[in-house]
Design a protein around this ligand. Structure first.
Ligand SMILES: NC(=O)c1ccc[n+]([C@@H]2O[C@H](COP(=O)([O-])OP(=O)(O)OC[C@H]3O[C@@H](n4cnc5c(N)ncnc54)[C@H](O)[C@@H]3O)[C@@H](O)[C@H]2O)c1
Ligand SMILES: O=c1ccn([C@@H]2O[C@H](COP(=O)(O)OP(=O)(O)O[C@H]3O[C@H](CO)[C@@H](O)[C@H](O)[C@H]3O)[C@@H](O)[C@H]2O)c(=O)[nH]1
Length: 435
């Protein structure tokens, strides 16, 4: 099929490359010309495992092309996917200005009477597909478009793998020819049993409900971890017992510094706002958010307890800046809040991340020293805070920690280190809800 994908961020680029790999003829459009030029050279603007080799292969065989002109590419497409950002507006709602701009452009560019499927892959409030169709047809009443919702569920850090092995694909459309075209397009990615067809409104809600549930699960386990701490129970043992119940499952039960990233924080807020617009107060979602905001500052609380006289000039090493391992994405990364608080308290902060130093630098106070290698960050540190559980840190030899640091405090914000081994070596180890 001929596909146009608008927006070459995590979702648009990974989808574009994946659909090209599956034999479709793909054009990716982005208004950011520098990004388009970089992509044309086969270089990915984001770090994502296996993305760049697939990108280069499909550029070479002509399956994928990049342009900044939507009008040029969209007219003869069978399916047009909108994958632009839907950031959080100041009031917490989803800011749809990029989606609306694409709808306007498509309304002007698409030919009349040709049946074209427009898909919203961006995460958008319930009713947005209808809104997009209204904007487009207001520009040209003779358009024959069906605007559908196919929400994206990929995770950063495993985006390519998730795209090729999805748990499910949700196709929201009430127009049968459009639904059939989309089912056909996605059949190479999932068994038909895993393709769920719904109305557009339900598909839009499925995306928010999925993210909100996962965020809720994380805040729930963090709450249990905090209570474990107070009573000397151990969260690892507790989640092993709780997660063994198949109705609960052991996945997404890792206690720590809470969720960050480009999706959970903004999508929980957007759902709160969606509910509010219909006068429903989403108390559970508000509590999820409130606990998450507090949780990320636990390392600062622990250190402040250890240094009642204050953190002035205390040398602190921070391992990990990206919001999770496997990505250089810094959106809503807990490291940013933690480091700002440490610097405000006068600590001498030394940070390392294997991938995200460049994306992190503009978000961090200038007082932070960034290190290309973990050893540099660790040298003479009185305390170490693990914020992102990269393998490099999980496998860091304890003897090397002992040799490099001047102090013995290790705060494991992701419960990723070997607590017993660290304690045996004389470290003051703090996990999250670990005994
Ligand atoms: N990042 C994820 O892991 C993820 C996963 C699932 C769903 N989503 C959702 O998908 C959407 C996109 O997220 P993302 O992280 O890929 O965004 P992103 O910010 O990484 O990329 C968006 C891209 O769209 C481009 N763009 C904006 N307006 C444009 C226009 N008018 N024409 C052409 N290009 C335009 C931008 O230049 C940018 O390159 C969001 O709604 C997000 O919530 C994201
Ligand atoms: O048990 C867990 C699991 C995750 N996290 C944190 O939760 C955040 C999000 O992690 P993850 O979901 O793996 O990454 P994302 O790339 O943000 O993916 C989420 O957001 C995407 C955008 O909507 C969705 O497509 C995905 O399905 C959804 O998992 C990260 O900060 C993790 O550290 C925890 O604290 N504990």
């Amino acid at each position: 099929m001929k596909l146009t994908i608008v927006g070459t961020g995590y979702v648009g680029l990974v989808s574009g490359v994946s659909f090209a790999e599956l034999g479709n003829d793909v054009i990716c459009v982005d208004k950011d010309e520098a990004k388009v030029e970089q992509l044309k050279q086969g270089s990915s603007p984001i770090y994502e495992e296996n993305l760049e080799p697939l990108l280069q292969k499909n550029i070479a065989n002509g399956s994928i092309r990049f342009t900044s002109s939507l009008a040029e590419s969209a007219a003869d497409s069978d399916v047009i996917m909108i994958a632009v950002g839907t950031p959080q507006a100041e009031d917490g709602s989803a800011d749809l200005r990029f989606v609306h701009a694409v709808a306007q452009e498509l309304g002007e560019a698409l030919p009349a009477n040709r049946p074209i499927v427009v898909v919203n892959k961006s995460t958008v409030p319930i009713g947005t597909a209808e809104e997009v169709e209204t904007i487009m047809t207001a520009k040209n009443a003779d358009l024959n478009v069906a605007v559908c919702s196919v929400p994206e569920f990929l995770r950063e850090g495993s985006a390519v793998k998730d795209t090729f092995h999805p748990d499910r694909i949700v196709i929201g459309s009430t127009v049968s020819w459009a639904r059939e075209r989309l089912v056909h397009l996605h059949e190479s990615l999932a068994d038909t049993d895993n393709i769920i067809t719904t109305s557009t409104r339900s598909a839009e809600m499925i995306k928010y409900a999925s993210n909100a549930f996962l965020a809720l699960k994380i805040s729930f386990v963090n709450e249990i971890a905090n209570i474990c701490e107070a009573y000397g129970a151990d969260i690892d043992e507790v989640t092993r017992g709780v997660g063994a119940d198949r109705r609960i499952s052991p996945h997404f039960l890792n206690a720590g510094l809470g969720y960050g990233g480009s999706c959970f924080p903004k999508d929980v807020q957007a759902l709160i706002s969606i509910a509010q617009q219909k006068d429903y107060a989403a108390g559970l979602l508000n509590a999820t958010e409130a606990l998450n905001a507090k949780q990320r500052l636990k390392p600062v609380e622990i250190l402040s307890d250890r240094y009642p006289q204050g953190l002035q000039a205390v040398k602190v090493a921070v391992f990990g800046l990206a919001f999770k391992p496997g990505t250089d994405d810094m959106r809503e990364a807990p490291s940013v809040d933690i480091i700002h608080e440490l610097v405000k308290a006068g600590a001498d902060v030394h940070a390392h991340d294997p991938i995200a130093l460049n994306t992190a630098a503009p978000l961090l106070p200038r007082a932070v020293t960034m290190h290309e290698d973990a050893e540099g960050a660790l040298a003479e540190a009185e305390a170490l805070i693990l914020v992102t559980e990269w393998d490099e840190y999980k496998n860091y030899p304890i003897n090397d920690l002992s040799a490099a640091m001047s102090g013995k405090i290790v705060i494991d914000g992701r419960n990723a280190l070997d607590a017993d081994a660290l304690k045996e070596q004389g470290f003051d180890y703090y996990g999250i809800g670990r005994r």
